[in-house]
Design a protein around this ligand. Structure first.
Ligand code: SF4
Ligand code: SF4
Length: 101
């Protein structure tokens, strides 16, 4: 059934346009549960790249969930089961040792 107002027929246009130009984005979200633009918090995962980690402990202190463990000057570890995906570790690491994907 169509809308009583003529303009109602244009209601799906924004969706159709984004589907046309950003189909890969939609598919990544739906099929792979990934956000290529790294915007959708619930679809992000964080991890520590051991070879880049200097063991400075800055991320460990910044993590509000206690998801990061490690000893000084040793590669730290991130427990993704506890991580609440706040992004604080990614923001504070100066060595690009936190990956966000
Ligand atoms: S802030 Fe970066 S370098 Fe420092 S412990 Fe965390 S991941 Fe490693
Ligand atoms: S994203 Fe937030 S909760 Fe997850 S490990 Fe990093 S600082 Fe902790």
């Amino acid at each position: 059934m169509a809308s009583l107002c003529g303009l109602g027929q244009t209601a799906p246009n924004p969706i159709l346009s984004t589907l046309k130009y950003f189909r890969e984005e939609y598919e990544a979200h739906i099929k792979e549960k990934k956000c290529p633009a790294k915007v959708c918090k619930d679809l992000l995962t964080y991890g520590i790249i051991e070879e880049f980690c200097k063991g400075c402990g800055v991320c460990l202190r910044a993590c509000p969930a206690g998801a990061i463990t490690g000893q000084k000057k040793k590669p730290h570890k991130l427990n993704s089961d506890i991580c609440i995906r706040c992004g604080a570790c990614f923001d504070v690491c100066k060595f690009n040792a936190v990956r966000k994907e």
